[in-house]
Design a protein around this ligand. Structure first.
Ligand SMILES: [Zn+2]
Length: 303
């Protein structure tokens, strides 16, 4: 049993921030396919390590690190979320936010950083994100001041460091894994939301590269991770759960294509075949058929 003491600071209506301290046990789970609650209301702050916090507003989650010389934050998420996060950080430190790191290009994670730009923060992303931000600009997205193309880039501030790792194409083509020093709990956005399903059409996700990246992460030496949605700290086996779902989805879809099953019938057949193992994943019934249509496209036209 792997136990970790977490200080959970539940924030009620700001600025009347309510602090409650709970000791939470994170089980070293061996059984997956269990249902997890949909966390999409309110604000929640969880301390997961020295100076290392996970912040959730509504359905989205990010991390920040407080150092002796300022704060490193990650996805601002939205103007409203960024304002709430700024207020929470103010209650923990008077030091300014020095860096904002984007996890990837998707708008639901990277809008709203203006408040941090105004206090002088530098914005950093993988260089591949820039093409997305310029091709389809969004007025609420602050362009990165600095980009990197290496597979490993380290942000240093004060006595702390944050490791940024690029695994290649997977969920888009600029997603990075972030891990602060003094901890072994990486921030892994959207590659494996614990207990959830992929978005319906899995738009710009490269399916085989997604599985490759999940396998790579499974080989890394950590027990828990923080996702971009959902519970504060998830056991690593939830990444395996996502990989197994994707592999089964692709296998079952290909089987029907190879058997020349009429395209219109395939989503229902695949849903039926995956149901026994994966029906407890949040949103299974509403999403599995669109996931299947996406895989049909993958095998039909190579996209
Ligand atoms: Zn995304």
């Amino acid at each position: 049993m792997n136990k970790r003491i977490l200080l959970t600071v539940l924030c009620g209506l700001l600025p009347s921030l309510a602090f409650t301290q709970d000791i939470i046990t994170v089980p070293n789970m061996t059984i997956t396919q269990t249902a997890l609650p949909l966390l999409n209301q309110g604000v929640e702050l969880t301390k997961v390590g020295p100076g290392y916090y996970s912040f959730r507003h509504l359905g989205l989650r990010n991390i920040f690190i407080i150092t002796d010389d300022g704060v490193i934050i990650t996805d601002p998420i939205s103007t409203e979320t960024a304002n709430l996060m700024r207020s929470v950080i103010r209650k923990l430190t008077t030091l300014p936010v020095k860096y904002v790191i984007y996890s990837h290009q998707h708008w639901d994670h990277v809008r709203g950083g203006k408040i941090f730009k105004e206090e002088g923060a530098q914005f950093i992303s993988h260089q591949n994100c820039v093409a997305h931000f310029t091709d389809l600009p969004d007025p609420e997205i602050v362009m990165p001041d600095k980009t990197f193309s290496e597979n490993l880039y380290v942000v240093n501030l004060g006595e702390r460091s944050l490791k940024l790792q690029y695994l290649g194409r997977n969920h888009g083509n600029c997603l990075i894994i972030m891990t602060p020093d003094k901890t072994n709990i990486p921030f892994i956005v959207d590659l494996g939301t614990a207990g959830g399903m992929p978005l319906g059409y899995m738009s710009d996700y490269s399916l085989h590269n997604w599985i490759r990246s999940l396998k790579e992460l499974e080989s890394w030496d950590f027990q828990h991770y923080i996702g971009g949605h959902g519970i504060a700290v998830a056991p690593k086996i939830r990444l395996t759960e996502r990989r197994e779902y994707l592999e089964a989805l692709m296998h079952e879809t290909k089987k029907e294509l190879d058997a020349n099953t009429p395209i219109d019938n395939i989503p229902d057949i695949v849903a039926q075949n995956l149901q026994a193992k994966f029906q407890n994943l949040r949103g299974f019934n509403g999403l599995v058929r669109d996931n299947t249509r996406r895989v049909i496209t993958y095998y039909s036209i190579g996209w």
